[in-house]
Design a protein around this ligand. Structure first.
Ligand code: SF4
Length: 123
């Protein structure tokens, strides 16, 4: 019996051109159409096989000049971990001083992705 093909339309977000991609998967085989460059093919494949996103948010700062600290992941995180990372971020209470780029959560869920401070906050 022939394997079913699943097709998904998406927009490539790698550059501002925003090519409209059609990504089809039949078993293990993935086919990307509509991309103007190879980066779109990589993006389309990843979106089907292992989607990832860079996460940005803010967390609470105690005893600092500012109450909120912008934070971000230092690489794209598999989307299945985003909810649990956001829960962790909402629970975080960072004590100032904080340096820009300081690692706040290391190797989140063994993904190799760290959560880092987006700016410096003195106390
Ligand atoms: S496929 Fe290439 S040109 Fe098109 S949006 Fe993606 S990165 Fe840009």
């Amino acid at each position: 019996m022939a394997e079913k093909t699943a097709t998904k339309d998406m927009v490539c977000i790698v550059c501002p051109i925003g090519c409209r991609l059609k990504v089809s998967q039949t078993g293990e085989e993935v086919r990307v159409e509509g991309n103007r460059c190879p980066r779109g093919e990589v993006y389309g494949r990843e979106e089907i096989l292992a989607p990832k996103r860079t996460v940005t948010a803010t967390c609470t700062v105690i005893s600092g000049r500012h109450r909120r600290l912008p934070v971000k992941t230092d690489a794209a995180l598999p989307t299945e971990h985003i909810d649990s990372l956001l829960q962790e971020i909402y629970r975080l209470k960072i004590e100032a001083p904080v340096e820009a780029g300081q690692v706040l959560l290391e190797n989140f869920k063994d993904t190799g992705v760290n959560l880092v401070a987006g700016r410096r906050i003195p106390n």
